[in-house]
Ligand binder design. Structure first.
Ligand SMILES: [Zn+2]
Length: 238
């Protein structure tokens, strides 16, 4: 039995046996880690804080042949300020779902971890709108996964064009209607919001436009990576 510790954020949890939980965390150094938390559902459990979704902390682990058991936990941030807000919670759940789908075992995930941490902090600070935070997270996620959309030219013919008003999730970005007939029409506000994200400029479009741009990015990520996130059902109701 080897002891180790890692910083992490709880991405998923599942009830196991009578009083246990299986936790999935993302660690910057080792990516996705599944951890058995014994007795954590008992009212007297000392490590209870470690098994809440979104919680960030230092997880102490016993490693028995690649199977990890929780032995200690130090809380860094529970992100309590966003937990009472249904919209923020739904948006944060989507960010968790993306992270869980992309993180791999035994593979460093510094960037994935960092953009999630940053987004959870932004949701709590509440300075920018929650959809701005989510749009930025989705764009950064796309960059990390190597699927950043083409926004400065037609993604099909490569012709630079400032008036592009169509988006193709399949082809990978803005395009001419003639180049991708089944592409979606997008407003110039959405195009502008995506380009501001790409250029790391402050987002100036109003909330409704940001929300639409985020929805477009969600369908883009779904199409490009071939997975959907459970939390999207709640987002479609917002
Ligand atoms: Zn074209």
């Amino acid at each position: 039995m080897i002891s180790s510790e890692t910083e992490g954020i709880v991405l998923h949890r599942a009830e196991y046996r009578e009083a246990d939980r299986m936790l999935t965390i993302i660690s910057p150094e080792t990516g996705r880690v599944d951890i058995l938390a014994r007795g954590i559902r008992k009212p007297t459990a000392k490590l209870h804080a470690a098994s809440e979704l979104f919680t960030r902390g230092i997880f102490q682990l016993a490693d028995s042949g690649g199977r990890f058991t929780l032995t200690g936990f130090q809380l860094i941030d529970a992100y309590t300020q966003m937990r009472g807000d249904y919209t923020k919670l739904s948006l944060a759940s989507y960010a968790l779902g993306l992270t869980a789908a992309a993180a791999q075992e035994n593979l460093p995930a510094h960037n994935l971890y960092e953009i999630l941490r940053l987004s959870l902090e932004e949701f709590c600070a509440g300075e920018s709108g929650a959809f701005k935070t989510s749009l930025l997270h989705a764009m950064r996620f796309a960059a990390i996964e190597g699927i950043f959309p083409t926004l400065d030219k037609c993604c099909v013919c490569g012709e630079p064009d400032e008036q592009l008003s169509r988006f193709s999730a399949q082809e990978g970005g803005l395009c001419h209607k003639s180049c991708a007939p089944y592409s979606t029409a997008v407003s110039c506000g959405i195009v502008h919001a995506l380009q501001e994200c790409a250029n790391s400029e402050p987002l100036t479009e109003e909330d409704g436009v940001i929300q639409s741009a985020f929805k477009l990015m969600r369908s883009y990520i779904r199409e490009q990576l071939g997975f959907s996130v459970k939390a999207e059902k709640a987002l479609d109701q917002l």
